[in-house]
Design a binder for this molecule. Sequence first.
Ligand SMILES: [Zn+2]
Length: 285
Amino acid sequence: MNLAEESICKRLPRRYAPRNDGVLFCPGLIKRMELIDTHCHLDLPAFEADRGAVLQRSRANGVNGIVVPGVEASGWDRLWDFCAGDANLYPALGLHPVYLEQHADADLKALESRLTEHRPVAVGEIGLDYYLKDLDQERQQALLEAQLEMARAADLPVILHVRKAHERMLSTLKRIRVRGGIAHAFNGSLQQAAQYAELGFKLGFGGMLTYARSSKLRALAKAVPIESIVLETDAPDMTVAQHRGQRNSPEYLPFCLAALAEVRGVDPQAVACQTTVNAREVLGL
Ligand SMILES: [Zn+2]
């Protein structure tokens, strides 16, 4: 075991510590490695034709758990039914800020009752998108706050979509305290990363790390404490460099793992173990 790996292992809970022979041991590993894709839209039509095969290939690659966030009310039933058939698929329910025009007041009421009736793993995908200029920022804020209040009442973590809006998001999270969650596809500053960590949030890193041109993001992924990081694909979007131009898929998560391990200069297995511990901890899986 190299030194970098050892330093990660020391911070792991006791049951994840290396065995005497130096092999990192995580309970329930497939081929001694277990990964969780913390953000994958596997319910979307892009996977309609071959969802079963995608899942099979993902498992063969060690991707043992997949979190499937909701984006709009009309998709919740399909998402829920699909996840119900598989113990390793974890549904989240929420109203995505980018689809602001599709959401009605009744959808918020429906979400509130589903959170108590069905108990998803998280409220999401919710958030603020200031990158898309034609989305009304105050309406996004109202939608976000209503869903944060629901997450707090239900004591559920949240899955956040945040683009060009980290300062407003952080001040909102300081006002409406939820039990933490994940800031997906994180691309903020180190200072903002520390503030999210303080509020109980992990930061999602994925396919963009596989591109050499993502130098700012790669530097960020190197500097953020490993305890704060979870892996994600955001499939079918944000395809890894190795499959550029194709549909993204949870089966490609090991490429994200390899890129993260490479920028940090540590053993992929140690990174796999710690990021899986992080995901299980923050989502209560
Ligand atoms: Zn998403």
